[in-house]
Design a protein. Structure first.
Lengths: 342, 321, 321, 342
């Protein structure tokens, strides 16, 4: 794998810690459906499998840069330093949540940690991120924006319109197309012409005369290196980059979609429930970014004790987040009118 | 003969039966027909049933084009909220072709979309958007509230030569109800008296029909006799039936899952105020969602959507005024 | 002091003055600022003033993003009809951010769009789409009818911390009117009595204000004293002023350039029916465009849009009822 | 230029006749603003300069194939055999017009001649054409669809979404991107990232793993040859092609945009009124497809008399169309409700 010192040992451990924290958080979200039925409502999307991409990319930016993503958003906030308590409380609909329970899992936002939020409408966050980059350029600062979205989202008009303008105006934004091979329950080669032709999705960058690159999204250091280059390019005023990061999600697209009073839960991944491809699923499981990166850290001399300490701290932290969210009060209806108009 | 089946099954039965009847009917949409075992794929093959990318503008626009040359596409759009990225295709393309071409080109398409998922789906996924569609000349808009209406209106929508926005309320998805056997169409543009009564007319659609009927049952115990009328189709609107009911009861309460100015009810109230003013003994009363977004948290969501209690209270006030 | 200037000049003056005042205001849109001699380019440079591709979703969506971090973009959208390809960005993105983030992120954007170009622009370009916007919590919608309102409301819109849909009627583009010198804001959400009268209230917006005032002049000769009230802002709606006028005159005619169920007037009529029912001596009367698309040919277009004659006739009937 | 026999002499004369008919028609539309002020209302867009692309492409299809285009639509109908009388009457808003005056210049349609109409909303006709191709595929016929749109339209989400699906499903459609170097008053390199980078707009085809080609749109035989290949490919079920046809329009984007009672007219081309590039304009004038093709026909032995006969017939036909339209009655308002619902 990658030679040290890039990233240095401390940075590598930071990356591992964030990856583990994300996984632990997501597992608790998922277990809530069985352990505290009814506590999570609507639709929840997990990022298990995406940790290397999320953390590798965020490791490449400065504290004053910005991040925007999709409804599948928990991981970014954790890596950016948001409070898992306030996140879990939002996911449980509690008054102590990031948005006091107005928003829920799909719409976490934390502007204090540079996470400006998400759209639940596929692709529609892409122009938002592009607009943040426009603001940076108008003001003449050297910040950059990371814009995360899915392979499916790349088939929405908003993607096309935004990338053309970003390239034309040389906006400081890095587009990270998370190709997890599925658009909800649809396989990417059933909905993407590049994929159907056996070409990478980063080919799309050609339509915008923009650099496009495809990387192994299960390797946080590959992600970090590639994103760092794109970020530096954007900071220098040379414009955007499209990075296709390929990885797999291990949970189903989201919990099942049914009206009350049917209890919600997560089914197995679509490879198993719909396509009967246990092989595909298992192969990707072998490439789970967390154990792989753990092994690599061992290889560069990080001790088992150190790793276990990170892991148990994360478990404790996330258990605490669940407790906090469970114990928090419900919001009062008076906030409903407070946030209609600014 | 009738069978008890859930609302969603009634809808899918109608589509299936129409596809059997007419080879011009095709069906596509996101996350549809992905597996070879999908019953639609098995029955109709991969030409007529397809999964699509997340490309609503193309999905709806292609339906318009395919319809121009004689197909009758049914597009599964999942949530009505997702139509917003492609609204032009519905209201300024599909709805205008027949007029622009002075009748030489028709656009028989059905846009199937769920709405009003007040089950924690939160700000961007739980809205009621009928106001986007019901004021557009050339468009038909149906909002079935029972399995029988759901099936009969889907059949009518597929057979209609106009673009039809078929809005099914997500909260009703699994609610069962009697559905007549055989090929029974429910005509578009005909309201239905879901409960007849003397004292007050309640006009409601979708999920709110169910809540209004519950309210009527409660009020019956107080001796208040509520008539519940479901327009079933918002465009065209069967004003004759609505006005006749109001002229009989002389009072009207309009219950709507949308905020006031996004509600179908406000438009209907204006019509009734103009057409039945003389008959009314009290002002037409709107019971709508609060004028705010649909929040995630359960107690907040409950406060926003009209509850049976709020409906009961409003009816009581109107009757006692 | 006031000057007589055309409506469109008043709008552009407001934008220019606000850009001078606040470096966070930027301006972009299709076919804008293409030449280096463009006065906006000369005054503010190519960073703050830009031409865009035909990409409304990105244009509006980028404004949302830029506003999230403190800019105040004004987007020139040319015609309101063009917003339909990007409606999600307006009604389910811009309008929801403040709510979704519980007030932690604001979206101060102005979407400038012309509408109602009933001058042969035909089916897809001459529509009035306020119904798409006025029912959406979190969105403000203004519809100035005079140069003074146009300037003052644009200033207010740019200074507002919410997304504002600024709809200017194309038929008024070159109409001159007095505009006060200096920095005069017209507050959003305050209706204006354009002519005071005793016998009947006419509620009208945009171009229809002009036609209603002409009708009022004609009727004055018959001794009918018409009050014309312009809501100026459709969201929030200044119901207090509207209701007060109706309570005074006890009759109301609502004039609207849109078809009935796409009209702002129907929603306003419902509000008035509920709030001022007791004061009304006659039903609230709607005078709207015919329920059909806007046709190209002049005699057809004239038949569709409310004419001074149709307004006069309706007022006469209401007063004489 | 091109060697005979492709197309043969008769076909070449057919092409010339259609090009001249289009130009004569357009000139009369334009002169109406001065000769019969007030007769044309709203917005009118001329195709002068586009004749080679329009006719060359239509020469490549069969009578049962379909065509869809934009608000700049007059030429297609003429080449397809529509009645110039009914077209001009529509443009004048008369009862004898194709749509009895309901539609106007931007929305000519003639399904009897396989022209299914236009959208006045940029880019929105592209999915319609794609849908017609879908219908053809569902029915199993071997028809094809020609889909015309502008360089500006290629920046609209509808373009992106449609081309992806057409390629994925191998739909029988040929996309003809008419690059006339302007999006209304904006130069293409100010709004298109490929153009700004000096790359052809057909590069966009890469994003859809679709063949893309750029041709000289002032040469009808180059257009015919390229479109014919793409049409044959589509007929064989091999899917869509993106053809960028580069030419220049000689009139302004459209007539001026003002409300009544200001009289309407056409200004000079934006190269002259806005960009002060008389050179650019003149160079393209030298490449006017009509005199060039006329000279080529002379070169293959078509006599001056034959050419003059074609030209005077076209002039007479279009004078007659104007007379017919002027003399036709206005429509009656009763048709307004007739065409709301089918
Ligand atoms: C415009 C729109 N259409 C459809 C949906 C429903 N939907 C939500 S997520 C999703 C799949 C998205 O796939 P992808 O972009 O690959 O992201 P992933 O979920 O894999 O991270 C779909 C179809 C939506 N939210 N918005
Ligand atoms: C969605 C939309 N946005 C803007 C417009 C206004 N508009 C009409 S034509 C045009 C320019 C189109 O340029 P292009 O696609 O290159 O076609 P051309 O007119 O050059 O043939 C614009 C901006 C519109 N009609 N629709
Ligand atoms: Mg995906
Ligand atoms: Mg062009």
């Amino acid at each position: 794998m990658h030679p040290l010192p890039y990233p240095d040992r401390e940075r590598a451990l930071w990356i591992y810690r964030q990856m583990v924290r994300i996984r632990e958080f997501e597992e608790r979200v998922k277990r809530t459906f069985t352990e505290h039925p009814g506590m999570i409502r609507g639709h929840t999307h997990l990022g298990d499998g995406a940790e290397a991409t999320i953390v590798g990319a965020i490791a490449a930016i400065r504290p004053d840069d910005y991040v925007l993503a999709t409804y599948r958003c928990h991981g970014y906030l954790i890596a950016l330093g948001s409070s898992p308590r306030a996140m879990m409380a939002e996911i449980y609909g509690k008054a102590t949540g990031l948005s006091h329970g107005l928003a829920g899992s799909m719409h976490l936002a934390d502007p204090e940690h540079q996470f400006l939020g998400t759209s639940g409408i596929v692709g529609q966050g892409i122009p938002h991120a592009t607009g943040v980059a426009l603001a940076i350029q108008v003001r003449g600062s050297d910040q950059v924006v990371l814009c995360f979205f899915g392979d499916g989202a790349a088939k929405q008009g908003a993607f096309h319109e935004s990338l053309n303008i970003a390239s034309l105006w040389k906006l400081p934004v890095v587009y990270i197309l998370e190709n997890n091979l599925y658009q909800a329950v649809t396989r990417v080669e059933m909905e993407d012409a590049n994929a159907a032709a056996g070409e990478p999705l980063s080919t799309k960058a050609r339509a915008y005369s923009m650099p496009g690159v495809t990387i192994d999204g299960t390797d946080p250091i590959a992600v970090l290196t590639t994103v760092a280059n794109a970020v530096e390019r954007a900071r220098r005023g040379e414009g955007p980059t499209l990075i296709e990061s390929v990885f797999y999600r291990f949970s189903a697209h989201g919990n099942i979609i049914v009206p009350p009073p049917v209890p919600l839960h997560f089914e197995e991944h679509e490879a198993l429930t719909i396509y009967q491809c246990a092989d595909e699923y298992e192969q990707w499981r072998q490439r789970d970014p967390i154990p792989r990166f753990r092994a690599w850290l061992g290889g560069i001399g990080v001790s088992e004790d150190e790793l276990v300490a990170i892991e148990s701290a994360a478990r404790e932290e996330m258990d605490d987040a669940v407790r906090f969210a469970l114990e928090s009060p419900w919001p009062e209806p008076d906030i409903l009118q407070r946030y209609v108009y600014a | 003969m009738t069978r008890e089946i859930p609302y969603i099954q009634a809808i899918m039965e109608a589509i299936t039966e129409e596809m059997q009847r007419d080879p011009n009917v095709i069906f596509y949409g996101q996350e549809q027909a992905v597996s070879d075992e999908d019953p639609m794929v098995v029955a109709f093959g991969r030409k007529r049933v397809r999964p699509t990318p997340i490309s609503e503008t193309a999905e709806i626009g292609m339906a318009v084009g395919a319809a121009m040359v004689g197909l009758r596409p049914v597009v599964e759009l999942l949530m009505t909220d997702f139509i917003l990225v492609a609204l032009d295709q519905v209201v300024n393309e599909a709805a205008r072709v027949y007029f622009k071409t002075a009748g030489r080109v028709k656009v028989p398409i059905v846009l199937k979309a769920g709405y009003g998922f007040a089950a924690g789906w939160s700000v961007q996924h739980a809205n009621c958007w009928y106001n986007l569609f019901m004021g557009v000349p050339g468009l038909k808009v149906v909002v079935p509230s029972t399995p029988a209406d759901a099936k009969g209106l889907m059949k009518a929508a597929i057979r209609d030569d106009n673009p039809v926005v078929y809005l099914h309320n997500y909260m009703l998805t699994l609610v069962p109800g009697p559905v007549p056997d055989g090929d029974v169409e429910v005509p578009i543009g005909v309201a239905d008296v879901k409960r007849s009564g003397r004292d007050v007319t309640v006009i409601a659609t979708g999920w709110m029909v169910q809540r209004s009927l519950e309210a009527a049952d409660l009020l019956a115990q107080e001796g208040i006799d509520v008539e519940v009328v479901d327009p079933r189709s918002l465009a065209p609107l069967d004003l004759d039936t609505l006005v006749a009911s109001v002229e009989k009861t002389r009072r009207v309460v309009l219950v709507d899952q949308a905020p006031r100015h996004a509600s179908a009810s406000a438009l209907i109230a204006a019509e009734i105020a103009e057409r039945a003013f003389g008959a009314l003994t009290t002002p037409p009363r709107l019971v709508t969602a609060l004028d705010t977004s649909v929040p995630y948290s359960k107690p907040l969501e409950d406060a926003v959507i009209p509850s049976v209690e709020r409906i009961v209270q409003a009816i009581r006030e109107v009757v006692q005024a």
